[in-house]
Ligand binder design. Structure first.
Ligand code: ACO
Length: 327
């Protein structure tokens, strides 16, 4: 038997806190609207000029230390992000250099808010196939760099942060029980950063039209998010021969507290089994699941043999759910 298990988790949240009250001074919004419509009270903002790989490095160092694995022992580094330091090279390459992980291959995974689940699944498969032994998976975002701070419909939602997991080979028991990943490119316009790519290279015109910022149709996304997160969770559980009753800890993507409650209600999972930290950090895209998993473990909510279900959804559209037995 050869599979993968998580042996170390870490997180990094920039120290600067932006509270709802601060946003009241920037756009036409209120603490009351943001709190009741989203559950968000504050979010972290990275210092200007700090790239995604810097946040990733801080989270990774903690995860590696806890895993007892040296950076030089890493075979692969995956960074899930939609805010890479540069269009290329990848943030994973910058991180490889920061960590001096000279034996590691490195690449980014672009799957928006489901990025961490996509990257974890990729790492698991690389290990189970026998190609690699030690893999570092990071969800890291500086969403403040692509947020339009004059658009109240989006700027209240996002924050910066990073979470990291170190995976290694397990030869005794299976930890990764199943994964279900999905996508729907037909709805790509619901959540998009339209400028700066090959379709609309950066120009005076793209700048004028604010095409380098997140554009989101939140209302439509909300309904789809609930439906696909419920369906992805059920599919991952079925693949693992589990039911919702087997779940000990649900780690949902932290986009909106109302989405999380609606998903939990439909899956019939009690609030006490769901980890929610959106009030402190907002939506950190790929970093949300990574940080939530790390904090749930730090808080002692995840114990040996627990079934942990990750369930995420984001722009693409993309979604993914992964069932893990904690070893
Ligand atoms: N403050 C005050 N009023 C606001 C704000 C704000 N910040 N933002 C919008 N409003 C107003 C709107 O203008 C609208 O006013 P109107 O009725 O006069 O036109 C009213 O509030 C309602 O707006 P809705 O967009 O219908 O509000 P809704 O309840 O849907 O909440 C939200 C918006 C929070 C964005 C919600 O739709 C949501 O969370 N959607 C899902 C987001 C998501 O899952 N994204 C995917 C993951 S993110 C990723 O992949 C990076």
């Amino acid at each position: 038997m050869q599979s993968a298990k998580i042996v170390g988790l870490g997180k990094y949240l920039p120290p600067k806190i932006l509270r709802n009250k601060d946003l009241e001074r920037m756009v036409d919004t209120s603490d009351e609207w943001i709190t009741t419509r989203t559950g968000i009270r504050e979010r972290r903002i990275a210092e200007k000029g700090l790239g995604t790989s810097f946040l990733a490095r801080e989270a990774s160092r903690i995860a590696l230390k806890r895993a007892g694995i040296k950076a030089s022992q890493l075979d692969l580094i995956l960074v899930a992000t939609i805010t890479p330091d540069t269009q290329f090279p990848s943030s994973a390459c910058y991180l490889q250099n920061y960590l001096k992980a000279h034996s590691a291959a490195a690449f980014d995974v672009s799957a928006a808010c489901a990025g961490f689940v996509y990257a974890l699944t990729t790492a698991w498969q690389f290990i189970e196939s026998g190609l690699y032994k030690n893999v570092l998976v990071v969800g890291s975002e500086v969403l403040s760099s692509i947020t339009d701070w004059s658009d109240r419909s989006t700027c209240v939602l996002f924050g910066d942060g990073a979470g990291a997991a170190v995976l290694t080979r397990s030869t005794t028991r299976k930890s990764f029980l199943s994964s279900y990943l999905g996508a729907d490119g037909a709805n790509s316009d619901l959540l998009i950063l339209p400028g700066g790519g090959s379709r609309h290279p950066a120009s005076e015109e793209t700048l004028k039209q604010k095409m380098h910022f997140i554009k989101m149709k939140g209302n439509e996304l909300f309904r789809i998010a609930v439906r696909v997160m419920v369906s992805a969770a059920r599919k991952a559980l079925t693949k693992a021969h589990l039911t919702t009753e087997d779940i000990d800890v649900l780690i949902p993507h932290q986009a909106n507290e109302r989405i999380i409650s609606a998903v939990a209600k439909r899956l019939n999972i009690p609030q006490g089994k769901i980890y929610v930290n959106i009030s402190h950090y907002g939506n950190m895209s790929s970093a949300s699941s990574a940080v939530a998993l790390c904090e749930a473990w730090e808080d002692g909510l995840i114990k040996k043999d627990d079934i942990v279900l990750l369930d995420a959804f984001g722009g693409g559209l993309v979604w993914g759910s992964c069932a893990i037995r904690w070893l």
